[in-house]
Design a protein around this ligand. Structure first.
Ligand code: UD1
Length: 344
């Protein structure tokens, strides 16, 4: 019998790619999502890739009673992968209560209900945002966390601490926290990808939308940073590589081979890429121009951050494999597909 995994936020960007990889690895997936930042079309995309339609419940993790019912309906869940959360940094500054409610209360409901329904394992989506501007690069998991610069970032830190406290309390629970660097790209089939609502605040969706003509130009936020070309440096990780990290992390929990009941892993490539380098790589990979102009720095931006992924490489046996070029091709193919859909 296939082992059953609950994926909250499973129709979203990282969630949908992870569902695909879980199914391909032989797991049965139950998705819950409130479709606040994704569409039901993801299910068809997932099915086209894997041939398997995942079970789906339109449910908000803030709905304790609904979650309780769902855990009873799908008994025998072996692990929860908790993606469901609000994730726009700017919006979180405007609507902090929304962010604390969705991100913190949602996690607390899950943690509360897991032991009641005999679910022992939880994989939590965190972010390199917890490291702030790191003192040393590349940044590894022992680096101190820094005060968050937005309510969104704060929710990630608080959620990590809640999981730590619950496990410290002696709860019969195991957890792996994955700290993602900058996920980009889409599935090579172009059946699933990122669906930004409104004007994207992240770099790659803005690049692809500019290349297709939705925006006249891309604003590069500052070229006076202390980096070789003056623009900020990030560790851009392909979303399919990222999804695969979840599969090996889930297996590690289910095989009960964790060194500690709570483990943290950086999920990145280990390479830093500047904004200019990324724009040029996009242009070279796809043979399209991305008009851009340099504007003021964006408030709260980190100058440079990239991962030391050694721990994930050795302990999880996971490594980022897809090149930046192929990743940027997949992002462009996905944008072109969205463009076709917009026209019909
Ligand atoms: C942002 C969040 C981070 C969150 C992540 C989710 C901030 C400070 N951080 O990361 O907490 O986990 O999104 O994906 O918002 N850039 C431009 N022009 C643009 C957009 C971006 O020059 O139109 C630059 C930014 O200044 C930055 C880089 O591109 O240097 C990457 O930006 P972005 O994709 O927004 O990611 P982060 O800021 O790293």
């Amino acid at each position: 019998m296939k082992e059953r995994i609950l994926v909250t936020g499973g129709t979203g960007y990282i969630g949908s790619h992870t569902v695909v990889e879980l199914q391909l690895a032989g797991y049965e997936v139950i998705i819950i999502d409130n479709l606040s930042n994704s569409t039901i079309d993801s299910l068809a995309g997932i099915e086209k890739i894997t041939g398997i339609k995942p079970s789906f419940e339109n449910l908000d993790c803030v709905d304790y009673v609904g979650l309780d019912y769902m855990f009873s309906k799908y008994e025998g869940i072996k692990a929860v992968i908790h993606f469901a959360a609000s994730k726009a940094v700017g919006e979180s500054v405007q609507k902090p209560i929304l962010y604390y409610r969705n991100n913190v209360n949602g996690l607390m409901n899950i943690l509360d209900l897991m032991p009641i329904h005999g679910v022992q394992n939880i994989l939590f989506s965190s972010s390199c945002t917890v490291y702030g501007e790191p003192d040393m690069l590349p940044v590894n998991e022992t680096a101190p966390t820094k005060p968050a610069t937005s309510p969104y970032g704060n929710t990630k830190q608080i959620c990590e601490e809640i999981i730590r406290d619950v496990i410290h309390s002696g709860a019969f629970m195991n957890s792996i926290i994955l700290r993602y660097f900058n996920p980009i790209g889409a599935h090579p089939s172009a059946q699933i990808g990122e669906l930004p609502i409104g004007v994207p605040s992240n770099l790659v969706p803005f690049i692809t939308q500019t290349a297709i003509g939705i925006h006249n130009k891309l604003n590069v936020f500052g070229n006076d940073y202390n980096t070789p070309d003056g623009t900020c440096i990030r560790d851009y990780i392909n979303v399919v590589d990222l999804a695969k990290a979840h599969v090996v992390a889930v297996k590690r929990m289910l095989d009960c081979v964790q060194d500690e009941p709570l483990e943290f892993f950086n999920i990145g490539t280990g390479r830093g890429v500047s904004v200019f380098e990324l724009i040029h790589a996009f242009e070279m990979s796809n043979h399209v121009k991305v008009p851009y102009t340099v504007v003021e720095r964006r408030e709260g931006d980190i100058e440079k951050v990239w991962a030391d992924p050694q721990k994930a490489n050795t302990i999880l046996g996971w490594k980022a494999e897809i090149s930046v070029e192929d990743t940027l091709k997949s992002a462009w193919n996905w944008e072109k597909r969205l463009h076709e859909t917009r026209k019909v």
